[in-house]
Design a protein around this ligand. Structure first.
Ligand code: ADP
Ligand code: MG
Length: 272
C-alpha cells in the first residue's frame, strides 16, 4: 500500500516512477550524477559570435545550419534558429550524427564537418582553441571557422544541487562538452566534482565505477536528457530522464520528471 501511495503521490507532482523497486532505490540515493546540457542547463543555446575563416559569416552559418538540419541536439536547434532561413533538403545528400562529437554531411557536393575539437582531431583538421562551447566547421577537409554558443543554467538547478548536498548526497556533473564550458557551468551551480569531454560510453563507465565503490544499501542515480545519456541511464541504479528530453532517454530511464525541473530530484528522494 505504501508503494501505491508513493507512486501515486509522485505522479500527481509530475514525477513518473516506472516501478516500486525504483522508489526503493531512490530512497537509498547516495550519489547523483547529472548530465550538463539540457539537464542542468536549459539546452537553449544562443549563437554569441561567429568567426569565419576564408568565407563570409553567412556562408559559415549556412553550412552549419544545413549540416545540423536533421539533428535534434540543442546545439543544432540554436544554429538553425540563428540561420533563420529555410533549408533546402535536396542539397543534403548525406548526413550522419557522431555521438558526442558532431555531424558529418555532404552539402551541395561539399563534405562538411560540424562539431567539437574531437571531431576536428578525428579528421586531422587544425582549429584554434576557444573558451566555452564552440562549434567548429570544416568544408572539404579545410577549417572554415567557428561558431560560439552559450547556454544558461535552468532556474531550479542550483537549488536542487544545494538541497541534495544538504541531504548528504554527493553531486557530480558529467558532460560531453569541453573543459572550460564545464568549469563555468559547475561554478555557477555550486558543483565541485565534474568530468568533461566524455563520450556516451564514458558516462556509463563512470556510473558503473561509482556503483562498484558503494555498499549495497547506497545507490547511484543518473539524471539526463539526451540520446548520449541512454547508456548511463541504464547503468545507474536509478535512471532519471528529463520529460522534455529525447524519447530514447525517456525509454531508458526508470523515472521521468514531466516538469523537467531538477528540484524534483530532491523532492523524489524525500517522497521515497
Ligand atoms: P552533454 O553531455 O553536455 O549533454 P552531448 O554529449 O550531447 O553533451 O554533446 C557533447 C558535445 O558533442 C557537445 O558539447 C558538442 O561539442 C558535440 N556535439 C554533439 N552533438 C552535436 C551536434 N549535433 N552538432 C554539433 N556538435 C555536437
Ligand atoms: Mg544532455
Amino acid at each position: 500500500l505504501g508503494y501505491f501511495a508513493g507512486i501515486g503521490k509522485a505522479s500527481s507532482k509530475g514525477i513518473l516512477v516506472k516501478g516500486s523497486n525504483y522508489l526503493e532505490a531512490i530512497s537509498k540515493a547516495k550519489v547523483v550524477l547529472f548530465d550538463k546540457t539540457g539537464t542542468l542547463t536549459k539546452g537553449q543555446f544562443e549563437v554569441t559570435r561567429t568567426e569565419p575563416a576564408g568565407m563570409s559569416k553567412d556562408e559559415l552559418l549556412r553550412y552549419a545550419a544545413y549540416a545540423e538540419s536533421n539533428s535534434n541536439h540543442p546545439i543544432a536547434v540554436s544554429v538553425r534558429k540563428a540561420y533563420g532561413a529555410d533549408i533546402d533538403q535536396s542539397q543534403i545528400t548525406q548526413c550522419s550524427e557522431i555521438a558526442g562529437k558532431g555531424i558529418k554531411a555532404v552539402i551541395s557536393g561539399a563534405t562538411v564537418l560540424c562539431g567539437n575539437s574531437r571531431l576536428m582531431a578525428d579528421y586531422s583538421i587544425n582549429c584554434p582553441e576557444a573558451n566555452g562551447t564552440v562549434l567548429y566547421v570544416a568544408v572539404d577537409n579545410k577549417y572554415a571557422g567557428l561558431i560560439e554558443i552559450a547556454d544558461m543554467p535552468k532556474e531550479h538547478s542550483a537549488e536542487a544541487v544545494k538541497m541534495l548536498k544538504n541531504h548528504g548526497v554527493k553531486v557530480v556533473m558529467l558532460t560531453g562538452d569541453n573543459k572550460s564550458a564545464a568549469a563555468a557551468a559547475a561554478e555557477k551551480l555550486g558543483i565541485t566534482d565534474y568530468y568533461a569531454e566524455l563520450l556516451p560510453e564514458n558516462k556509463s563507465e563512470i556510473t558503473l565505477k561509482m556503483k562498484s565503490e558503494l555498499p549495497d544499501n547506497e545507490k547511484v542515480m543518473f539524471v539526463g536528457d539526451g540520446i548520449n545519456d541512454a547508456p548511463a541511464l541504464t547503468a545507474a541504479d536509478t535512471g532519471i530522464a528529463i520529460g522534455a528530453g529525447t524519447d530514447v532517454a525517456i525509454d531508458a530511464a526508470d523515472v521521468v520528471l514531466m516538469k523537467s525541473r531538477l528540484s524534483d530530484v530532491p523532492a523524489a528522494i524525500r517522497m521515497s
